[in-house]
Design a binder for this molecule. Structure first.
Ligand SMILES: NC(=O)C1=CN([C@@H]2O[C@H](COP(=O)(O)OP(=O)(O)OC[C@H]3O[C@@H](n4cnc5c(N)ncnc54)[C@H](OP(=O)(O)O)[C@@H]3O)[C@@H](O)[C@H]2O)C=CC1
Ligand SMILES: CCCCCCCCC/C=C/C=O
Length: 329
């Protein structure tokens, strides 16, 4: 019999998550029945959505939500061979049992040399978020100027590079000078540290005096309120995330956006990547191809050991990650 380790939400987050909000438990797994598989998590993802979704969907005592790349270690299902890797959505667990229906196998074309953890990042949900947000929501066209914030993270770093692949000028901002240097190294035309600029308004104007056609917003709050005034006529805003607001106990107040929306006839659309599963297969294929061609670079912030899941999650919310934050179990 296998005993799994799991992390549960011990106490709903109040403000910024803290280590004492989590508790690690042990769960004995039953022996496999016919048709079932035993999987072992190899890489687990820590993502911003876990913060707002915990409030909306979870109760205290629930296993933390999340996805993993897992290896099949025992199989009583002839359709799944031991040693195969799959992406699962089974939360913060070291081991779990599946009937296979909830698993997405890594594409057959996945090369041995490529880290399998990329299926949680650049070639997974965050990469697809960038793909859908740019092509479907922003309807980005060659020659346009694209702005993205949280640009050195999992989604933002792909947004910037896809915008370059699509023939656009790209401006990104991030929260440290080393992240800004990274953005320049992966092809961003302009990048700045939003924490140290004296004026965000001035930094946005300087980076693109003519304004922005597309704004891929990962942050919301004050940044978005200022950036909206820099949109060009008929500009498009993809409202992807609002990480600057996820830990607020008291909702932030305006400024309000109606006036620039009206005068520049802007379009603003929120989206959830999982509502675009019709683009999933095509998106993963395209992202994998660009990675293999060297056109789409990736960086991962790998935290070692399952025991450090809460620390990796909290660190990501604080901005300690460059690229995708993952945990190697
Ligand atoms: N709509 C959808 O379907 C999806 C939405 N998202 C959203 O996209 C955004 C990025 O996610 P992801 O790429 O996975 O995460 P990241 O890898 O970008 O990690 C989060 C980053 O957010 C930045 N950050 C944290 N707090 C603030 C703040 N107060 N102001 C500005 N930046 C902040 C930090 O970078 P820095 O050092 O630059 O501050 C941190 O590294 C999130 O808002 C997330 O919720 C993600 C996936 C799907
Ligand atoms: C099978 C993967 C399920 C993962 C859920 C991802 C939901 C992302 C929506 C994010 C919203 C804001 O961060």
């Amino acid at each position: 019999m296998v005993t799994a380790k799991v992390w549960v939400l011990k106490k709903h987050f109040e403000g910024f998550p803290k280590p004492s909000d989590f508790e690690m438990k042990q769960v004995a797994l039953a022996n496999l029945k016919d048709g079932e598989l035993l999987l072992e998590s190899v890489f687990l993802s820590v993502d911003p959505y876990m913060r707002p979704y915990s409030k909306r969907d979870m109760k205290e005592g629930d296993v933390m939500i999340g996805t993993q790349v897992a290896r099949i270690v025992e199989s009583k299902n002839p359709a799944f061979a031991v040693g195969t890797f799959a992406v699962a959505n089974r939360g913060w667990r070291t081991h779990f049992i599946s009937d296979g229906k909830d698993l997405s196998l890594l594409p057959a074309s996945w090369p041995e040399s490529l880290p399998k953890s990329l299926a949680l990042g650049t070639v997974g949900m965050p990469g697809l978020t960038a793909y859908v947000g740019l092509f479907e929501i922003c309807k980005m066209k060659p020659g346009e100027t694209v702005l993205v914030n949280a640009a050195a993270g999992a989604v933002g770093s792909v947004v910037g590079q896809l915008a370059k692949i699509g023939g656009c000028k790209v401006v990104g901002c991030a929260g440290s000078d080393s992240k800004v240097a990274y953005l320049k190294s992966i092809g961003f035309d302009e990048a700045f540290n939003y924490k140290t600029v004296t004026s965000l308004d001035e930094a946005l104007r300087k980076a693109s005096p003519d304004g922005y056609d597309c704004f891929f917003d990962n942050v919301g709050g004050e940044f978005a309120s200022i950036a909206i005034n820099h949109m060009k006529k008929y500009g498009r805003i993809a409202v992807c995330g609002a990480i600057s607001q996820y830990n607020d106990s008291v909702p932030q107040k305006g400024p309000y956006i109606q006036i620039p929306m009206i005068f520049n006839e802007l379009s603003m659309k929120g989206f959830i990547v999982t509502s675009w599963n019709n683009r999933r297969e095509e998106g993963v294929k395209a992202l994998l191809k660009w990675v293999l061609e060297g056109k789409l670079k990736y960086h991962e912030q790998v935290t070692e050991r399952f025991e450090n899941m809460p620390a990796a999650f909290i660190g990501m919310l604080k901005g300690e990650n460059l690229g995708k934050a993952v945990v190697k179990a």
